[in-house]
Design a protein around this ligand. Structure first.
Ligand SMILES: [Zn+2]
Length: 305
């Protein structure tokens, strides 16, 4: 099913990374810059992430001895230092997730470069090191993003959906390891009902949502793949949902042959295998298109068959 499975460490069947994007209330200020402060219920829903969910999540990770990755907008790092300190104190990875969850697809190259660099500086101040990984806010990876990440020395991206397993995004100036996910392992579709964020889904019972995530995991385990959860403290860290996550982690551990790792460790492993010749990752040449595809809009092409 997977043509080119990665040789995972110690013969593991599958690599697993639960990634938590701690967006907190950044997304509300971005959506409603003029009156976000008066949308108090939505603010409280989003602040639940750093204030209540993160301590709960960290406790679970300590109990299982897991180190995982948190992608956090730099503004949230400045706004919620206690949550970030607790994450770092436990040895988890801090990844780049924009400054205030701004949309790279609505910014030119210069603006993007400014906010990427400013956020790197914030992460460096908080953690003592530059981030090695990036996830674009809301998967809004633009046609400049790969080049800017390579320029800034970022090693991996976790925004794209082009494979089941890690692959290489090859830009003119260097490679990025892509650690792909997809909407099927994201917790917004099954859980988020938030009119203030213009996202209203019918809320799924946690065991039903977990059926989706577990099916994705079982298939990856069966075929030697890579499973990533793209979750959010304010969403999956809610009580009944996180109880189900706890059961899922136990299920994965009981099944065996699972390599729980940070995204950084997974990217490093892929690069090390590529370097020692034990594995050749698939390569996506970048960019996909040099200019917009407008075939159907061009009247001159209508006569061509
Ligand atoms: Zn986010």
């Amino acid at each position: 099913m997977i043509k080119n499975p990665v040789p995972w460490p110690n013969g593991a069947r599958c690599a697993v990374a639960i990634t938590l994007d701690m967006d907190a209330d950044s997304i509300l200020h971005l959506e409603h810059p003029d009156d976000s402060l008066s949308r108090v219920a939505a603010l409280s829903m989003l602040r639940y992430g750093p204030e209540v969910a993160v301590p709960r999540i960290l406790e679970t990770y300590r109990r299982y001895g897991l180190k995982q990755t948190f992608f956090i907008p730099a503004w949230c790092i400045e706004q919620y230092p206690a949550a970030v300190e607790a994450i770092l104190k436990d040895g988890h990875e801090l990844g780049h997730h924009g400054y205030i969850h701004e949309n790279p697809n609505e910014a030119g190259r210069e603006d993007q470069e400014y906010w990427i660099q400013r956020s790197i500086a914030v992460i460096e101040r908080a953690s003592g090191r530059r981030p090695r990984g990036y996830r674009a806010p809301l998967y809004n990876f633009s046609d400049h993003t790969a080049d800017l990440l390579v320029q800034e020395g970022i090693v991996y991206d976790a925004s794209l959906m082009g494979d089941d397993i890690p692959y290489i995004l090859r830009t003119k100036d260097g490679d990025l390891v892509e650690l792909p996910g997809h909407w099927g392992v994201d917790d917004w579709p099954p859980y988020v009902h938030a009119p203030d964020l213009n996202f209203s889904m019918p809320i799924m019972a946690p065991p039903r949502a977990m059926e989706i995530f577990r099916a994705e995991f079982d298939a990856q385990w069966e075929h030697g793949g890579f499973w990533v959860g793209i979750w959010h403290p304010f969403v999956s860290g809610r009580l009944a949902r996180w109880c189900e996550v706890d059961r899922l982690i136990q299920y994965m551990l009981d099944k065996g042959g699972v390599w729980f790792a940070t995204m950084e460790e997974i990217a490093d492993h892929v690069l090390a295998c590529a370097k020692d010749g034990s594995y050749s990752p698939r390569v996506d040449a970048w960019p996909y298109y040099a200019e917009p595809v407008r075939v159907t809009m061009d009247p001159k092409l209508r006569a061509v068959r």
